[in-house]
Design a protein around this ligand. Sequence first.
Ligand SMILES: *[C@@H]1O[C@H](CO)[C@@H](O)[C@H](O)[C@H]1NC(C)=O
Length: 132
Amino acid sequence: MEDMVKLLCLFMCTTLFFTTKDAHKLKEKYFGLVDDLEKSKNVSWPDLIHCFLEKKINQNYNTPEDITGCVVYLLLLYAGHTHLVKPLTLPDDRYLPRAARWNIKEISVEFLKDMETSQYTVSPQEKQYILL
Ligand SMILES: *[C@@H]1O[C@H](CO)[C@@H](O)[C@H](O)[C@H]1NC(C)=O
């Protein structure tokens, strides 16, 4: 069971938290983060995810299509800062990540409305990425 949890964590590192263009391979560099599950509870995952994404944004500022990392996190940040989407109230009796408060589809719709209001032109290709 523990190996399954480690594998799932590794999968999430590769496909969600620290994505790259070659996200089809598990990366050895993340083994250390999940190898000892007790230690991994002490890892500040939000900080790591944020730092990775921030680094990728800075590295690819002029080529946004090359930005990798947990880009869906940007929608959550947007929702948290704009208050355009009401977060769900999570049950107190179960542990759920804060991200579970948000409906990504609702955020995407509000984001596009906001972009229309701002007169920013969203290309059909960008729209396709926003409406996941
Ligand atoms: C996790 O952090 C706590 C508090 O700092 C510490 O007491 C504990 O030893 C750490 N656990 C591991 C496995 O490193």
